[in-house]
Ligand binder design. Structure first.
Ligand code: NAP
Length: 645
């Protein structure tokens, strides 16, 4: 029988090696693993208990002496497990739920429990795997080619599911390899800021990450490995871009136009299209007068030249959002002078393990101790997911003269963030007015850091400029007060066209209607996935599904691909060729969406510059739903919301 992939690989390490590994482990995850090892729930029912549920604290606030106690007690138990052949015990769901509550410090019930049972997959099968292949006659499957656009996180997942469904499919990818944004972003310092152990597919063991927040190369390798493991290579067409797609009424299919890097054009017919094109990958260059006159290298952060030598140069970094704030500390020691132009100060959350390697012992435990990795993922994910969106809700009566908060709990959070930020710049009072934000905490994309950015700003060769840029000149940047900042290189870390969904190609639906015209500056889709008049088209990471709360986007990708596959299944089992969301279902959803998102901090009117906002200052990019609520909403397609024809 195939071993449960989360049960850990059997091991023969001696007691000394196990004792050494135990020094590095997360004790609360170990305690849960020991229940799997022994079947004995007393490991989580004793005196030692987590004190905190905090994603960055893998010890959950358990004091050091209590950790030692558990480590000591664990050694003979793990040695006996080894000697017995490493066979974990089956645990009943009620006990697993109790273990969730143990780590989460609160009951885990309803949709929250449902989501985590799906996510943690204790039974070892991939709960999201498509199992309906044989229900659909081969002849019908053969008539249903699918095009997946994009071979990043969402596109690879769609490929895995379509292969399981036995549908013919092609993944079209403009880049030369897989990984999407992680293929493209190679700037120094690029790393994920959602924990590695949750920033991966739920159905794959996550025991290999070298850092708690891994760097871009490792993520690129991850996507390549998954692509190979699931045999998706032959289904991919790299270096090929979709240039447009038109719905053909007669054949109930999409005519997808593609162009290879060499310029050859082709039309591919597809019954269904899954768009997994990403939403943060079309560079947004600023419109600063004189940019074209600069004589040195200049580029967007996502187009960092491979052979760029920055040693000793005068480097101008324009933009210090999620990309810029990672670049600055990474290059500050190498360049001669670094000038950081930051238009808006950013809120930063202190994360002590942001640059930390996963210790060897912990990696051993992730690889070998049964379900340890699952509980590790839970510890990292549960606090964000269970918090929902209430911490971000604007209470109109809340009065904060500092404008840092939108409700009383939020005010406490803002105070904590501020206290830490101020402590980081204690010796530099001149920096305080420059780095302390003047808008509500977490109202823009919040940054995570262990202090590297604020430390870097205090280096003698680094200057933070908050004065507006007036123009770029041949040898530098000039600000509105007339100061000239000489530069040899300019990097525009100015973000992406996040509001322009599916902007890299034209989409024409029923009756030739253009998706771009339909959306204008207010892109909307039912559940962020389907749009009336655009049958058989499913968006992954579509409008209103980016996450500024809760968890990493892998969660949403899995929900959205699951939903798309259910829609395809329902269409085929109904003997239909097309499914299309009704205008009523879409309209109801959009009304709910707007009413919710308008009440959350990201819509706060005091936030002037935010890539979450459209030109009118309204938010159509972010999800306003708690993750478990969105999981419930996307579990299955509600047939009444669709017309199958
Ligand atoms: P961003 O967060 O939108 O930041 C862009 C920066 O450029 C901001 O400082 C912005 O200032 C500035 N800027 C833009 N236009 C400007 C102009 N005309 N003049 C002066 N300054 C200008 O973009 P990003 O840093 O590339 O990040 C985008 C998204 O990518 C993130 O939200 C995140 O989702 C993703 N990302 C993730 C990671 C990660 O996981 N660690 C890393 C990088 C990116 P304002 O703030 O005033 O607009």
């Amino acid at each position: 029988m195939k071993r449960n992939p989360h049960a850990g690989e059997p091991f023969t390490d001696d007691d000394a090696a196990i004792a050494s590994a135990l020094k590095d482990v997360s004790v609360p995850a170990l305690m849960c693993s020991l229940v799997h090892v022994t079947g004995d729930p007393s490991w989580i029912r004793g005196r030692v208990k987590p004190r905190l549920a905090l994603a960055f604290d893998v010890q959950s606030g358990i004091p050091a002496e209590e950790q030692e106690e558990i480590r000591g007690a664990a050694l003979p138990v793990i040695a006996a497990y080894r000697d017995g052949g490493c066979q974990p015990k089956e645990l009943p769901p009620e006990l697993l739920q109790e273990m969730m509550a143990f780590l989460g410090l609160r009951p885990v019930e309803g949709t929250l429990a449902g989501l985590f049972f799906d996510d943690l997959q204790f039974e070892g099968g991939d709960v999201g795997a498509v199992t309906w292949r044989d229900e659909i006659p081969e002849r019908i499957r053969d008539e249903c080619p699918v095009v997946v656009i994009g071979c990043g996180m969402g596109g690879i997942l769609a490929g895995i599911r379509l292969k399981q469904a036995g549908l013919p499919f092609t993944i079209i990818e403009k880049n030369a390899g897989p990984g999407g944004t992680w293929w493209e972003n190679r700037y120094p310092g690029a790393r994920v800021d959602v924990g590695s152990h949750q920033y991966c597919y739920s159905f794959e063991p996550g025991d290999h990450w070298s850092e708690f927040y891994c760097q871009h190369g490792e993520l690129r390798d991850y996507f390549t490995d998954i692509l190979n493991k699931y045999g998706l290579g032959p289904y991919c067409r790299f270096d090929t871009a979709v240039t447009g797609m038109t719905w053909d009424e007669g054949s109930s299919s999409w005519e997808v136009r593609v162009a290879s890097a060499g310029g050859a054009e082709e039309m591919i017919k597809a019954r269904f299209v899954i768009s997994a094109v990403g939403s943060l990958n079309i560079p947004r260059m600023p419109a600063i007068p004189g940019m074209e006159t600069f004589t040195g290298p200049s580029f967007h952060s996502a187009r960092w030249p491979e052979d760029l030598d920055i040693t000793g140069t005068r480097f101008a970094l324009i933009g210090a959002g999620a990309s810029g704030f990672q670049i600055a500390p990474t290059i500050a020691g190498e360049v001669g002078q670094l000038t950081v132009f930051q238009r808006t100060a950013q809120w930063i959350i202190y994360n002590p393990i942001y640059h930390t390697a996963v210790p060897d012992g912990d990696r051993w435990a992730l690889r070998h101790l049964p379900f340890y990795g699952r509980w590790y993922r839970f510890i990292m994910t549960f606090p964000g997911i269970s918090a929902g969106v209430e911490p971000y809700r604007i209470q109109p009566a809340h009065d904060d003269p500092t404008s840092h908060s939108v409700n009383p709990g939020h005010a406490q959070r803002a105070d904590l963030l501020l206290a830490w930020m101020k402590s980081m710049i204690e010796g530099r009072p001149d920096l305080e007015p420059k780095v302390i934000p003047d808008y509500p905490a977490m109202g823009k994309r919040v940054l995570l850091d262990n202090g590297s950015y604020l430390r870097c700003l205090q280096r003698p060769n680094v200057e933070l400029v908050r004065t507006a840029i007036e123009r770029v000149v041949a040898d530098g940047v000039v600000t509105s007060d007339g100061t000239h900042y000489p530069a040899d290189i300019i990097c525009y870390a100015t973000g992406f066209r996040h509001n322009d969904f599916l902007a890299s190609f034209d989409v024409h639906g029923r009756g030739g209607v253009s998706l771009r015209d339909r959306w204008g500056d207010e892109p909307t889709a039912y559940l962020g996935i389907t749009v009336p008049d655009f049958p058989n088209l499913f968006c992954v990471y579509g409008p209103g599904t980016n996450l500024a709360h809760g968890a990493g986007l892998f969660y949403h990708s899995e929900f959205q691909v699951h939903y798309a596959m259910d829609a395809i299944h329902q269409t085929l089992t109904a003997g239909a060729a097309a499914c299309e969301v009704t205008p009523e279902a879409h309209g109801r959803y959009v009304q709910r969406y707007r009413s919710e998102i308008d009440q959350l901090v990201w819509s706060h009117p005091s936030i002037r510059h935010s890539h979450y906002k459209n030109p009118a200052g309204r938010v159509f990019t972010l999800s306003p739903w708690p993750i478990d609520e969105y999981w419930r909403m996307t579990r299955q397609v509600e047939p009444d919301d669709y017309v199958f024809s």
